[in-house]
Design a protein around this ligand. Structure first.
Ligand SMILES: *Cc1c(COP(=O)(O)O)cnc(C)c1O
Length: 432
């Protein structure tokens, strides 16, 4: 199987985290989002331990909240010693409500409103990762008003060549995020930040992209960032403590994706950083990383009930499910690949080529096209693997479809971490 938390039980049913997925469908209904708690914790501890081992003292992984955000995930993250990054006042509110230590939270985002900045400061947020000059001014002003100095990092775009790394587009000079090193604007912003009284600049951030399987793009970005850090430290006689390398480690969605050894990648990036820091004549900075997908993706699985199995003679077959783009818009958005099983007959040969179609009134509402599964009939269940990241987080109520619950699996037990939305929830905001 794709990951070792996916298996086949005695009855031929697909199992996840050692539990029968068909029985879970019967207990909780479908669509159903499962989350393997031990896998989440295991993934977190790989980062926590590897970063402790290979980087300098105050280096930490930050859970990228946007991949999956609900109260329970912050409790687990805090217990596992992860820090977190949030990108909106909403994510901040969820983290705070879960009791996440605010001093370990970093506020990202390319457009922080005055109100969001104020809310974050009132909650005692530790760090802002500043995107642009306007918000730098506002953070400085609000910190001044409150009579304290706000710790910040600046988000910079290292200007990674998109021709060398086709998939890597968030760190490009023309990105909407951050401030460009290449154009001289980053240095201007730094000089300006250093002149302000109510912000303390401690380092830089860059994020180059997502679903990256090799370490070279991270090393290339780090080279640019370290050289720039050395230049700034010498020119302005400042000591910068942190380099935040963002998120982006890839995850195995299908059999032909590579198997990734995160600990080894972190070790290799660390030795690269150490050598490059020495070459630039600076002390190795403490490192922050922001994994999202690689923490939660393979801890997730989504289950659906099959409605119809429609074969258009001479063309193709559709298997209709009771969810779709409302709980997983990633195929519709980017053609993302997934591994799919007939959960009732995971032991049978996957010889029925079909397209898994969602139930929205939208012909693009597909989960996968032309994949092979054991042929299902109405009432059987379809499992889509590795759905922990950017599925629930991106879900919607299009066609007034209630969001599924998140059911956590741990040591043979299951419990509701986020309840299923009800029809009453669907009209809860409507005026009479
Ligand atoms: C999306 C994002 C992440 C997380 O990326 P993954 O690919 O899920 O690891 C981290 N940092 C920033 C700034 C992001 O935009």
């Amino acid at each position: 199987m794709l990951h070792d938390n996916i298996g086949i039980g005695e009855s031929g049913h697909l199992t996840f985290a050692g539990q029968d997925t068909v029985a879970l469908c019967e207990q909780y209904g479908t669509p159903l989002m499962l989350l393997d708690e031990n896998r989440v914790r295991g993934n977190m501890s790989v980062y926590v331990n590897a970063m402790k081992k290979h980087f300098t003292g105050d280096s930490h992984p930050l859970l990228a909240s946007k991949a999956l955000c609900f109260k329970g995930i912050y409790k687990i993250a805090a217990e596992e010693g992860m820090f977190t990054d949030i990108v909106s006042a909403g994510e901040l509110y969820v983290a705070k409500s879960a009791g996440f230590p605010m001093e370990n939270a970093f506020f990202h985002g390319s457009n922080k409103s005055d109100a969001a900045i104020s809310m974050a400061m009132d909650m005692g947020l530790g760090w802002f990762i500043v995107d642009n000059r306007e918000e730098l001014d506002e953070i400085n002003r609000q910190a001044g008003e409150r009579g304290f100095v706000q710790n910040i990092l600046l988000r910079l775009t290292p200007g990674i060549d998109p021709h060398t790394h086709a998939k890597i587009n968030t760190g490009r000079v023309d990105s909407k995020f951050g401030t460009a090193i290449e154009t001289g604007q980053a240095e201007e912003l730094i000089a300006y930040a250093l002149s302000l009284n109510n912000v303390a600049l401690h380092g830089f951030h860059c994020h180059i992209g997502s679903q990256i399987f090799e370490i070279e793009p991270f090393c290339d970005a780090a080279d640019i960032m370290l050289a720039f850090m050395a230049h700034i430290q010498k020119t302005y006689c400042v000591k910068l403590k942190y380099l935040n390398l963002g998120g982006g480690f890839g995850v195995r969605y299908v059999e032909d994706d590579p198997v990734i050894d995160y600990e080894k990648n972190i070790a290799e990036i660390a030795s690269h950083l150490r050598a490059k820091s020495a070459e630039c004549g600076i002390e190795m900075p403490d490192i922050l990383m922001e994994p999202g997908r690689s923490i939660v993706a393979d801890a997730g699985m989504t289950l659906y009930t099959v409605g119809s199995v429609k074969t258009i003679t001479g063309y193709k077959s559709y298997v209709s499910i009771d969810g779709g783009m409302t709980d997983n818009p990633r195929y519709a958005l980017y053609g993302s690949r997934y591994t799919v099983h007939n959960a009732d007959h995971a032991d049978r040969e996957a010889d029925f080529v079909c397209t898994i179609a969602g139930c929205c009134c939208e012909s693009g509402d597909l989960i996968q096209e032309d994949i092979a599964i054991a042929k299902p009939v109405r009432g059987e269940h379809i499992a889509v693997c590795v759905t922990g990241a950017y599925n629930y987080a991106m879900s919607s109520n299009y066609n007034k479809i209630p969001r599924p619950p998140i059911v956590m699996l741990k040591d043979g037990q299951s419990r509701i971490a986020v309840r299923r939305e009800t029809f009453a929830d669907l009209i809860a905001y409507d005026a009479e």
